[in-house]
Design a protein around this ligand. Structure first.
Ligand code: NAD
Length: 482
C-alpha cells in the first residue's frame, strides 16, 4: 500500500486518500466520482480491500484503549478544535460539496453551517451519572461507557453533515470511529477525516473509501462494535441482518415519506411557497423533504396553484450558478429511478400542476414537478421518489387525514400547518413520525433526538439520547455494609 504525503497546514482539495491510523493511503486500484452537473470525472479515490479494513479495525481497537480513558473535558477540547479547523476551511468544503453532490452553493453553505452547529452542540452535551439510590445500605449509580469501535456508513445526499453527525457523538463519548462515505460522494467525508487528523490521535477518526463490497465487510466485521447507518430502508434491513450475527449495536436512520397537513385556515400566499421549498430543497433528495401534501378541500385549488407558481420560479441548473435553487440528481442510478416516476405521468394519466419534464442537458437535471391529486395507491404517493416530484392530495375531515397520513410503513417526519397552533398540536400528536413540526418542517436541533418510527429507522441520533446510543449502560451497585 503506497502512502501519500501527510497533509500540510492547509488541506489540498485536489487529491483524496483514505486514512488508516493517521496515515494517508491510496490503493492499487482506484475509482472516481462524477460531477452530476456536467458528468465530468472527479479525482481518483482508493478502493479499500478487506486487509485495509482489518488494518483500520486493528488501529481503532488500539486507539480505543487510550482514547476511552482521556477525560471528557479533553475530548471536548479536541472536538471543538476540529470544529474550529473546519470553520477555517469552510469555503473549500462548500465548493467540494457542490462539485461532488451538485447542491447549490447556498445549500452547501447551509450544510457546512449545520455541521459546525451540530458538532459544537454535541461538544456541549454531557451524560451525567445518575444516582438511583443512596441509602445507608447501598448506592446505585447508572453510568454510560463507550462501546468501542463505531463504523459510520454515510449516504450521498449530505456527505459532510451526516459524517459529522456520526463523528462528533462517537468521539466525545470516548469511542473511535471509521467513516465510510458513499461511493457516489466520497470526497467530503474523506477530506473531513483528513482534517480530523490535526485534532485527534491516530486511529481515533479513520476513513475507508471503497466500492459496494465495503459496506457488507464492515457490518459483518467482528472487531466493530456499532454501526451508525444512514441510508435507505432497504439497505438498513441488510445492515441490521448482517450486524445481528455479531450482535453489534445499530442505529439506523432510514428513508421517509413525510406528510404535510395543510389546514383550511392557513395564509395561502405565505404557506404555499414554504411547502414548495420543503418539497424541492436539494431537488427532493432529503430524507425529510415533504413527500405527500394533504391540502384541505376548501382551499385545495388556490393552494396548489400558489405552490405551482412558486415552484416555477425555482431555477434548475449547475449548483455554482448564482440563481440555482434545484441542482441535479446526484447520480445516474437515482436519476433513472426518478425518471421512472415521470414515465408514469402519461401512462397513469396523472394531472400535472407544474413541471413534468426531465431537462435535456448534459447533467442529471429534472424540473420540479407537482402531481395534482393522484390516486392514493399511486406509486408517487406510496413510495419515496427522492427527487423533485411530489403529489398534492385533498382532505376533508381531521380523522380521515390523520389516518391517511399514517397509512405508510415510513415514519420519519411530518408537519401540520394552521394558524390555530392548539388544533395543529392536537393533530401533530396523532401522527406516527419521529419528528413532527407545527408550521415548519426540516428544522433540527443538536439537542433534540432524531429518528424514525416504523421502517424509517431504529434508535436515535443527536441529543443526549444520541450520545447514550454510542454507549453501554452500566449499573454500579455498592453495598455499604461490607
Ligand atoms: P443507500 O442505502 O443506497 O446507501 C447508504 C450507504 O450504505 C452508502 O454508503 C452505501 O455504500 C452503503 N451500503 C450500500 N449497501 C450496503 C450494504 N449491503 N451494507 C452496508 N452498507 C451498504 O442509500 P443512499 O441511496 O445513499 O441514500 C438515500 C436514502 O437515504 C434515502 O432513502 C433517504 O431517505 C435516506 N436518508 C435517510 C436519512 C435519515 O437521517 N433518516 C438521511 C439521509 C438519507
Amino acid at each position: 500500500m503506497p502512502s501519500a504525503n501527510p497533509p500540510s497546514s492547509a488541506l489540498d482539495f485536489t487529491t483524496f486518500t483514505h486514512c488508516i491510523n493517521g496515515t494517508f493511503l491510496t490503493t492499487k486500484t482506484s475509482r472516481h466520482g462524477i460531477n452530476p452537473s456536467n458528468l465530468s470525472a472527479l479525482p481518483d479515490v482508493p478502493v479499500a480491500s478487506e486487509q485495509d479494513l482489518d488494518a483500520a479495525v486493528t488501529a481503532a481497537r488500539a486507539a480505543f484503549k487510550t482514547w476511552s480513558k482521556v477525560p471528557w473535558e479533553e475530548r471536548k477540547k479536541a472536538l471543538l478544535a476540529f470544529n474550529d479547523a473546519l470553520e477555517e476551511e469552510k469555503d473549500d468544503f462548500v465548493k467540494l460539496l457542490t462539485t461532488e453532490q451538485g447542491k447549490p452553493t447556498f445549500q452547501a453553505v447551509q450544510e457546512l453551517e449545520a455541521s459546525l452547529a451540530f458538532s459544537r452542540g454535541v461538544a456541549n452535551l454531557t451524560i451525567p451519572e445518575e444516582i438511583i439510590e443512596d441509602s445507608e445500605e447501598r448506592k446505585i449509580v447508572n453510568r454510560y461507557t463507550p462501546l468501542g469501535v463505531v463504523a459510520g456508513i454515510v449516504p450521498w445526499n449530505f456527505p459532510n453533515l451526516l459524517a459529522m453527525i456520526k463523528i462528533a457523538p462517537a468521539v466525545i463519548t470516548g469511542n473511535v470511529i471509521i467513516i465510510k462515505p458513499s461511493p457516489f460522494t466520497p470526497y467530503s467525508g474523506l477530506k473531513l477525516v483528513e482534517l480530523a487528523q490535526k485534532c485527534f490521535p491516530p486511529g481515533v477518526v479513520q476513513s475507508l473509501s471503497g466500492d459496494d463490497n465495503l459496506g457488507p465487510w464492515i457490518t459483518s466485521h467482528p472487531g466493530i462494535d456499532k454501526i451508525s447507518f444512514t441510508g435507505s430502508s432497504r439497505t438498513g434491513k441488510l445492515v441490521a441482518a448482517s450486524a445481528a450475527k455479531t450482535l453489534k449495536r445499530v442505529t439506523l436512520e432510514l428513508g421517509g415519506n413525510d406528510a404535510a397537513i395543510i389546514c383550511p385556515d392557513v395564509d395561502i400566499e405565505k404557506v404555499a411557497p414554504q411547502i414548495a421549498t420543503f418539497a424541492f430543497l436539494n431537488s427532493g433528495q432529503i430524507c425529510l423533504c415533504i413527500k405527500r401534501i394533504f391540502v384541505h378541500k376548501s382551499i385545495y385549488r388556490p393552494f396548489v396553484d400558489a405552490m405551482a407558481r412558486h415552484a416555477k420560479t425555482f431555477q434548475v441548473g449547475d449548483g455554482f450558478a448564482a440563481d440555482t435553487f434545484c441542482g441535479p440528481i446526484q447520480n445516474s442510478m437515482q436519476y433513472e429511478r426518478v425518471k421512472g416516476f415521470f414515465s408514469e405521468i402519461e401512462k397513469e394519466k396523472w394531472n400535472v400542476a407544474c413541471g413534468g419534464q426531465v431537462e435535456k442537458t448534459n447533467g442529471y437535471f429534472i424540473t420540479p414537478t407537482i402531481i395534482d391529486n393522484p390516486p392514493e395507491d399511486a406509486r408517487i404517493v406510496t413510495e419515496e421518489p427522492f427527487g423533485p416530484i411530489v403529489p398534492t392530495l385533498s382532505w376533508d375531515t381531521e380523522e380521515e387525514v390523520i389516518e391517511r397520513a399514517n397509512a405508510t410503513n415510513m415514519g420519519l417526519g411530518a408537519s401540520v400547518w394552521s394558524k390555530d397552533t392548539a388544533k395543529a398540536d392536537h393533530i401533530a400528536r396523532q401522527l406516527e413520525a419521529g419528528t413532527v413540526w407545527v408550521n415548519n418542517h426540516f428544522d433540527l436541533s443538536p439537542m433534540a433526538p432524531f429518528g424514525g418510527f416504523k421502517e424509517s429507522g431504529l434508535g436515535v441520533e443527536m441529543g443526549t439520547c444520541g450520545l447514550k446510543a454510542m454507549c453501554n449502560s452500566q449499573t454500579l451497585m455498592i453495598n455499604k455494609k461490607a
